[in-house]
Design a protein around this ligand. Structure first.
Ligand code: DQA
Length: 146
């Protein structure tokens, strides 16, 4: 069996469902995790699903992914716009990386228009809500080396 797809979620995404539902919808992170598990099982790919509010912990998870993941899906949330440490960690990976945002970051405040992560991402999906994670899995499944 292939190595796990790492799905990494950043700060405040643990509050999905109740946090600004007009922007992020009412789907919870547990709902997203269940949908991702089901989608990945259709590809026979294992999943490791994470959420952390802590930048350093996210860096450590990415360092583990470097050794153990077949691919990475990351929604680094606000750290996408600020974290050179997360960019540096992702830069050390050779696996495909798909960046996901639930909201359309380009239709929001200008400080959200730039993501440090996009420059190292294979692809970027934003504005499609929880569906973006499932689309990212489809894209990764085609790119993961057997
Ligand atoms: C987000 C967009 C970010 O700008 C924001 O800070 C988030 C969530 C999204 O999924 O739309 O926390 O990454």
């Amino acid at each position: 069996m292939a190595q796990a797809v790492y799905i990494i979620n950043g700060p405040n995404l643990n509050l999905l469902g109740s946090r600004e539902p007009e922007i992020y919808g009412t789907t919870t992170l547990a709902d997203i995790e269940a949908a991702c598990a089901s989608k990945l099982s259709s590809y026979d790919l294992p999943m490791s699903f994470f959420q952390s509010n802590d930048e350093g912990e996210l860096v450590s998870i990415i360092q583990t992914a470097r050794l153990e993941a077949s691919g990475v899906i990351i929604n680094a949330a606000a750290y996408s716009h600020t974290s050179v440490a997360i960019l540096d960690a992702l830069q050390s990976l050779s696996q495909p990386i798909i960046e996901v945002h639930l909201s359309n970051i380009y239709a929001r405040e200008s400080f959200r228009h730039h993501s440090h992560i996009s420059q190292v991402a294979t692809g970027v999906i934003c504005g499609l809500g929880a569906q973006g994670y499932e689309m990212a899995i489809d894209a990764l499944a085609k790119r993961i080396k057997p």
